[in-house]
Design a protein around this ligand. Structure first.
Ligand code: UDP
Length: 323
């Protein structure tokens, strides 16, 4: 049995669906603060909070847990700067509680949702895993701290971990059973799609004076189904005795905000108002993954390499959600 914390969330539910389709038994642990009950379709559910050790204990009782996939976290950069306590508590203390419960129940393998936000402003793009992490926001710092805790636990105890450093997750399940549903929504692709659907009056570009070819920020968008497959491969690697690892998950393909807006317009066939806004604090100009390590260590390659295919699947999901 695989325990998936945050399995009712965006990336967690896609990973759960993939593992369940392969006949693997999963147990979801979620407090539904940002997850969705209708995204838990395939496995057992234990409703609970990482900050409550008694809840966590229930998650490990009954059925041997082979490994944990740990998605549950707070993940808004802006909110992390305004309310750091919420982030240190939920992300860092929550993970420490999880590791304590794992030790108590003899579970020694964990996949951890890390982020390219651990890199801050990188010295080199595409970013390799040897780039020294220097996060520039509280969210990224909490994720980096957890990586360091995992390093120390891995050195001192029997624990093996894989920290998966996600670039920009986007898109949705092709069956449209699950998809991206954030409240509030802050991400560029869903916001541009909602503008194209007339659900928002406009889309604001945060800064057009960056040192990039068109002046807008460049990001590396990765389809959530490709992320799910990377988790499955990383899980198999750990279960086969693989060593601890930190690895980037991105497509090694940069897309600027202006290009993204243009592609949403072309795909939807709808024009919408685009407003020039201020830079958003904490946004590096360019983030793009070197993904050779994922290829070598996990045997992973993205199947959705063209950003249009990622945007198309997000578009289809938003059509369904808003019907
Ligand atoms: N962005 C934007 N307008 C928006 C939301 C995002 O211009 O309404 C930009 C943001 O500044 C960043 C890129 O789009 O450069 C991707 O932002 P998102 O929040 O989707 O992901 P992040 O890179 O912050 O994880």
């Amino acid at each position: 049995m695989i325990l998936i914390t945050g399995g009712a969330g965006y990336i967690g539910s896609h990973t759960h669906k993939l593992l369940a389709s392969q006949g693997r038994h999963c147990r979801i642990f979620d407090n539904f603060s940002t997850g969705h009950k209708d995204f838990v379709k395939w496995g057992e559910l234990v409703e609970g909070d990482l900050l409550n050790p008694a809840d966590l204990n229930r998650a490990f009782v009954g059925g041997q847990i082979e490994a944990v996939i740990h998605f549950a976290a707070k993940a808004y950069v802006g909110e992390s700067m305004e309310n750091p306590a919420k982030y240190y508590q939920n992300n860092v203390t929550g993970t420490l509680n999880l590791l304590t419960a794992m030790q108590a129940h003899g579970v020694d393998k964990i996949l951890f949702s890390s982020t390219c936000a651990v890199y801050g402003v990188p010295n080199q793009v595409p970013i390799t895993e040897s780039e020294v992490p220097r996060p520039i926001n509280v969210y990224g710092r909490t994720k980096r701290m957890i990586e360091q805790i995992l390093e120390d636990y891995s050195d001192a105890y029997r624990l093996k971990y894989t920290a998966l450093r996600y670039f920009n997750a986007a898109g949705a399940d092709l069956d449209l059973e699950i998809g991206e549903r954030h409240q509030p929504e802050t991400h560029a692709i869903p916001l541009a799609i909602e503008a194209a659907m007339g659900l928002r009056p406009s889309f604001t570009i945060f800064g057009q004076d960056y040192p990039t070819p068109d002046g807008t920020c460049i990001r590396d968008y990765i389809h959530v189904a490709d992320l799910a497959r990377a988790h499955q491969l990383a899980l198999d690697r750990l279960l086969a005795g693989g060593d601890s690892l930190k690895v980037n998950l991105g497509c090694n393909q940069g897309l600027s905000v202006l290009e993204l807006v243009q592609q949403v317009k072309e795909l939807s066939g709808r024009d919408f108002k685009v407003v020039q806004g201020q830079r958003r604090p904490g946004d590096p100009a360019e983030l793009c993954a070197d993904n050779q390590m994922a290829s070598q260590e996990l045997g992973w390659k993205p199947q959705f390499e063209d950003p249009r295919s990622i945007i198309k699947s997000a578009w289809d999901w938003h059509q369904k959600e808003n019907h």
